[in-house]
Ligand binder design. Structure first.
Ligand code: IMP
Length: 427
């Protein structure tokens, strides 16, 4: 029962979309299991460039069924836009009836709460993701399947919206939302999204039971995980491997592999500690050459050297058995490159990723410096074209994380990929 998880090993934006589009050639289904349209997955291939926020990155392969799992929170209008822009049909997209919906008041509350936090703002993407998960946990959320039961919706929705309006007006001093407009929207969504909404667990089970390959598409990254990330500067779901089990409804024996996607350096968007951050011309060079601007929000990303302490932790909490290293070409031409191998916290050498954000904020990186490589790795496709020093850099990261690299990405296009070891067997 071969399920392959592809998970961000850092603070998101590792290039998972490109990798999943590449790997999906050998899969029958690709399932998103966490997050919402806070994600931004870019896919570039012969069919064009696709910037996806909600639908899985397998959409360019006609043989692939794309599944939005129960662990995802779905903004129905964003989903409808993506369906229309990409000509998706119920034949190639399934939305779990258990996926929770992001409603207009969630988006408002996300933005109002960030403003209220002021200097302590998390720097969320403002898409309503956190408030939607909050309602899920509070058992006041609406699920996609409930759109198809208007009578039940008519019973539940008024009390929920009344309570939201109390919050909006009394706590935040904002305007209330209009329940009639929300009812109207739910009727439209029921018609337009109805054919996609299904008990997705059964689709996933069919794929696995027939021995076909399933890719579990991670969103965000392990260091933004609600449990394992740099709390409270995290997202509100579990991008790590546990989220993949609960977020689509499969058991652990279904797993055939768990690959961790890492940029050859580190980036972060939003607030929160980032020990290897470079606020100098090196950081600026990485940002410019790497085009490090958020796909969802357009915010410039913070940049820094590869963080081996965070990477090792991420490999452990996910059980990675393969590394995928992206954007190696962005480091082309540096005289030397640095990798953080430990932190110094209050004068002590620390090898483990600290639990506390204030400890992480006080962590100073201890670097190993490696020689850079000359020549360009941009667009290479053969292992023998990786310069010796770049290979030494890759091996250094492998040793630090205790996991072998399987794929090196040398550019944003599907074919700009070097395979050191196949991750998913040919279908
Ligand atoms: P939220 O997920 O919108 O609530 O944002 C919480 C934190 O996660 C913020 O620091 C965001 O910048 C970050 N975040 C959320 N989604 C992504 C992503 O897809 N890539 C990178 N950072 C993200």
């Amino acid at each position: 029962m071969p399920a392959y998880a592809v998970i961000g090993g850092q603070w998101g934006d590792e290039g998972k979309g490109k990798i999943i589009d590449y790997l999906a050639e050998n899969a029958s289904a690709v399932a998103r299991y966490s997050g919402g349209n806070n994600a931004g997955h870019t896919v570039i291939n012969d069919a064009g460039m696709f910037k996806l926020h909600l639908v899985p990155s397998g959409i360019c392969w006609p043989h692939v069924t794309n599944i939005i799992g129960n662990g995802v929170v779905v903004d129905p209008d964003v989903l409808l836009d993506e369906i229309n822009e990409n000509n998706l049909t119920p034949e190639n997209l399934v939305v779990s009836d258990r996926a929770h919906l992001i409603l207009p008041y969630h988006v408002k509350l996300d933005q109002l709460e960030e403003t209220r936090r002021g200097r302590d703002a998390i720097g969320t993407t403002g898409r309503g993701v956190g408030p939607a998960y909050l309602d899920k946990v509070n058992r006041t959320g609406l699920r996609a399947g409930e759109l198809l039961d208007p009578e039940d919706l008519a019973l539940r929705l008024p009390a929920i919206v009344d309570f939201k309006n109390e919050f909006l007006t009394k706590i935040y001093g904002a305007d209330p939302v209009n329940i009639d407009e929300i009812f109207e929207a739910t009727r439209r969504w029921a018609v337009e999204l109805g054919p996609y909404i299904k008990p997705a667990e059964y689709f996933v089970a069919d794929v696995l039971e027939s021995g076909e390959n399933l890719i579990l598409e991670g969103a965000q990254g392990a260091l933004l995980d609600l449990d394992h990330g740099s709390y409270p500067y995290v997202t509100s779901s579990n991008p790590t491997v546990g989220g993949a089990l609960s977020g689509v409804g499969i058991g652990p024996r279904a797993f055939a592999g768990v690959a961790g996607v890492f940029k050859a350096y580190t980036t972060r968007v939003g607030a929160g500690p980032f020990p290897t951050e470079l606020e100098d011309e090196v950081g600026e060079r990485i940002r410019t050459v790497g085009k490090e601007v958020g796909t969802t929000t357009g915010r410039p990303r913070r940049t820094g050297w590869f963080d081996g302490v965070a990477g090792r932790y991420s490999a452990k909490v996910n059980g990675f058995d393969a590394l995928i290293i992206t954007k190696l070409d962005i480091l082309d031409g540096f005289d030397t490159v640095k990798v953080c191998v430990a932190y110094e916290i209050d004068g002590r050498r620390v090898e483990n990723f600290p639990i506390d954000s204030s400890l992480l904020a006080r962590s100073k990186p201890i670097y190993e410096e490696l020689p850079g490589w000359s020549g360009s790795t941009a667009g290479i496709t053969r292992p023998e074209d990786i310069p010796a020093n770049a290979m030494t850099y890759i091996r250094f990261i492998e040793d630090l994380l205790g996991v072998k690299a399987s794929i090196i990405s040398s550019g944003p296009r599907r074919e700009e990929t070097v395979v050191l070891k196949e991750i998913i067997p040919v279908r």
